[in-house]
Structure formats: C-alpha cells, structure tokens
Design a protein around this ligand. Structure first.
Ligand SMILES: [Zn+2]
Length: 165
C-alpha cells in the first residue's frame, strides 16, 4: 500500500498500460467492501490516495499510477504469489495482524521502488527521507496499534542500507 508523494513522483513517467512490466490490472475505484475494510483497519490512510495490491490487481481511487508505484505494488503482488494458494488472503491476514511482517513487506516494496528510482535518476537523499517519513507515519498504523509501524530512524537506516548497498 502506498500514498503517492509529489516529491517522489516528480518527473517520473505516468503509465496507463503496465503490460510491459507485469500483467497486472488497475481497478478503479476501490470496491466498497475493500475500501470500508481498509478504512476501518487503517483509519489514518487516505482512501482517495492509496493503492492496494491484492491478488493480481491494484485497487485505487486515483486516475493514474506512476511507474515507481507500479514497481512498489508489483512487489506486493509477487509476495502474495510467493505464498502460493490463497496467497493474497494469507498475505493480507499477516499484513494486518503483524506490524513486523507489514514492515518487512513494505520495506521490500519501497526498496524495489527505490531501485527503479535509482535506475531512472530520481533517487535522492530527500526521496529516501520522504519514504522514511511515510513508513513511520500513521497511515501504516492499524487502529489497534499504539505506535506507527516503524520509527523514522529505523526506516531511514534500513532504506539507506539498500540504497547504498
Ligand atoms: Zn506497500
């Protein structure tokens, strides 16, 4: 899941057809059931801005998606497929109940996004800081959790390791 960030997507290409990247479908708007569920579990997530990867689809209320976000969401799809049978449901279940797992899968997705941004020349220290800010924001905090998914410092360190490694 990701909320687009203007600093991150500045200059990055918008795509309507992602078939050259992976056969994924973008579905708009987010189905009511999923939107209601997501809004309940993550009360601070802005449903007008989020992208939710589930099964082979990316659900969003946005009219467009940028290529770096495709790389982020594609990683979530890959994670779900890797689980195998009922992978999307099982993935979502653990995404919800475990802050640690949620952080791991998001870190992987942001890493993929960063690698894409690096390849296309849009990765900077500022971008890494923005992503660390997003990851430590309340948008990834489930309603029954007292603290955000990760601290800014931890997210920043982990992202830096990838970006420099
Ligand atoms: Zn994500």
């Amino acid at each position: 899941m990701l909320i687009p960030n203007h600093k991150i997507k500045e200059g990055v290409n918008y795509v309507n057809d992602m078939s050259h990247i992976l056969p994924l479908t973008i579905e708009k708007p987010i189905p009511q059931k999923l939107a209601r569920f997501w809004g309940w579990a993550f009360p601070n997530a802005d449903l007008n801005a989020v992208y939710i990867a589930y099964g082979y689809r990316i659900y969003t209320n946005q009219s467009q998606i940028t290529e770096d976000l495709v790389f982020h969401e594609r990683e979530h799809v890959r994670q779900q497929r890797e689980v195998g049978m009922w992978g999307d449901r099982i993935w979502l279940f653990f995404y919800l109940i475990s802050k640690r797992i949620r952080y791991q899968v998001e870190l992987q997705a942001y890493q993929d996004q960063c690698l894409y941004l690096g390849r296309t020349g849009y990765l900077s220290l500022e971008v890494v800081q923005e992503i660390a800010k997003l990851m430590s924001s309340s948008m990834y905090q489930a309603r029954w959790e007292r603290k955000p998914m990760v601290s800014y410092k931890q997210a920043y360190e982990d992202l830096q390791n990838v970006v420099s490694g």
